[in-house]
Design a protein around this ligand. Structure first.
Ligand code: GAP
Length: 502
């Protein structure tokens, strides 16, 4: 199965099993907006909780906020989003399709990388066991040529982006012979800047002063509450403020399912520190965040850092944690050293003094800030796509199983009476009612037991508890493990300890 087919399977599985539906499905959907179904919302909430607890509960100097989506319009002027939160767009005159100029170039570079991968696959076949990939990459003239091409394009692209040279971007697209995937032609318009913020009006008087933006990041809700939080919670530097919430961006190219959405959720943390210590904290959070991902049990080969060449207007260092999605390595989380840019700008635009008196140094300063910013929906996609497995069993049949990290699974346990009679549903309900206080439990009595097991596999439930006729006599049940399908007889009194130990 190639990666495109695999990705299609994931999207349809997500819908079929109540994880994610297109928004406004009844009306054929709304581009790049999605709804989470009953199983999806459980998984999403578990991811949120895993992040929230690791940030707040596990760090004595991090507290949370939940700020409003609507904020004073001046905030977005101060943050730079009104003037600089743009993507370069380009239209193909024949297909009338719109693209991000930077994405067209990045896709072109990715195609060259694919050629390198093909060379590796061919060489592996040719050399068999004696194949040494490192040596091959260092010596193959063809691979070296491709690598040089990638580096050259990358450098020119970064220079043009940094210089905001839109005409240069168009020339590069033409020079690389990039064609529109729909029309197949090179008939491009000029490149233009496009602001990604959605706006609406607040109140009944409609003039420009009423324009309200839907926040494109949750971070500004933290910066404008810096003083409130620092004072009311008596926070001492260094300290962090965490927030989970919706963000909105009018993405030009909205594609790849929940990877790039117009309405999405972010989990952001702004860590305020002494000026001059920001690189130390930047490195600390880089490592800490990678460890958070790895603690989910997903192999480390699926993650990599990508340091930014073009820094955002507020940053003096930035890196992405990229994940190997079904469509390749892409950004999952950003870690930015945002300097004192945001607090200084809000000081300037609000006219309010934003300073911290550092008693140890006996001086006041504007704190510096290191940000960790992760997309909740992208984390969902990463976890979900990695967990999705189609297995061929010993008897030749197949099963689809979501090998989700146990702590994130929508349901921890499903309680299943073998048949819907003879007092089994009553006993099973009793077990369900006992477990529900400790974990998200599920109860189901419809269909054969085999079908019910498969359904629980498909939504990632780690434990199925079956109540059969013997259960009435010996007060024990069968517990089936999702990943191994192994079954064990366990006394009802030991169910919780069994689950805790497996
Ligand atoms: N406050 C910094 C900030 O917003 P960003 O790199 O633009 O930085 C942070 O966004 C994270 O938010 C990204 O790493 C990604 O996971 C998520 N994200 C950004 N745009 C998104 C979109 N259109 N759809 C889904 N997630 C998105």
């Amino acid at each position: 199965m190639n990666s495109e087919e695999f990705f299609k399977k994931i999207v349809s599985h997500a819908k079929e099993y109540g994880f994610i539906y297109p928004s406004s499905d009844l009306y054929d959907g709304l581009a790049a907006v999605y709804d989470y179904g009953p199983n999806g919302v459980e998984l999403k909430n578990n991811i949120k909780q895993y992040w929230w607890r690791s940030m707040t509960q596990m760090h004595e100097n991090i507290v949370g906020v939940d700020s409003a989506i609507f904020m004073h319009p001046k905030i977005w002027k101060a943050s730079g989003h009104v003037d600089a939160f743009n993507d370069p767009l380009i239209d193909n005159k024949d297909s009338k399709k719109r693209y991000r100029a930077d994405v067209l170039i990045e896709d072109h570079i990715a195609k060259i990388e694919e050629k390198i991968n093909k060379e590796i696959t061919k060489a592996k076949k040719r050399f068999g066991d004696s194949f040494n990939e490192e040596q091959f990459l260092a010596t193959s003239e063809r691979v070296k040529g491709y690598k040089q091409q990638m580096e050259d394009i990358h450098q020119r692209f970064a220079d043009l982006m940094n210089a905001n040279d839109l005409a240069g971007l168009k020339s590069l697209i033409e020079e690389l012979g990039i064609v529109c995937p729909i029309s197949g032609t090179r008939n491009w318009t000029d490149v233009r800047q496009f602001n990604l913020m959605f706006s609406t009006k607040m109140g009944s008087v409609s003039d420009d002063s009423d324009i309200i933006y839907l926040r494109p990041e949750t971070a500004q809700g933290i910066f404008v509450n810096y003083l409130n939080v620092q004072k009311t919670n008596r926070m001492k530097i260094p300290f962090g403020i965490a927030q989970i919430g919706k963000a909105f961006r009018n993405e030009i190219v909205a594609r790849q399912f929940i990877f790039r959405m117009r309405e999405f959720e972010q989990m952001e943390m702004e860590f305020f520190c002494r000026p001059g210590t920001e690189m130390e904290w930047f490195n600390y959070w880089k490592e800490e965040r990678m460890n958070w991902h790895l603690a989910l049990g997903i192999p480390k080969e699926k993650y990599r850092y990508h340091d930014h060449e073009k820094l955002a207007h507020y940053a003096n260092a930035a890196t992405d944690i990229e994940f190997d999605f079904p469509f390749g390595f892409k950004e999952l989380e950003g870690i930015h050293s945002r300097t004192d840019f945001d607090l200084k700008r809000h000081q300037e635009f609000s006219g309010r003094k934003i300073q911290y008196f550092d008693a140890e140094l006996n001086e006041s300063y504007t704190p510096y800030c290191v940000e960790t910013s992760i997309g909740l929906d992208r984390t969902f996609l990463a976890v979900f796509s990695h967990a999705f497995n189609e297995e061929t069993l010993q008897d030749g049949s197949t099963r689809i199983v979501l090998n989700l990290p146990k702590q994130l699974a929508p349901y921890k346990v499903s309680v299943l009476p073998l048949v819907n009679k003879d007092g089994l549903p009553e006993m099973a309900h009793g077990i369900f009612n006992d477990l529900k206080f400790n974990m998200r439990a599920h109860y189901e009595e419809k269909d054969t037991i085999g079908k019910r097991y498969r359904r629980q596999d498909a939504i990632g439930t780690p434990y199925c508890i079956t109540v059969d006729n013997d259960s009435l006599k010996d007060n024990s049940v069968t517990i089936r493990l999702r990943d191994t399908m192994q079954q064990e007889r366990v006394s009802v009194d030991n169910i919780k300890s069994y689950i805790a130990a497996h």
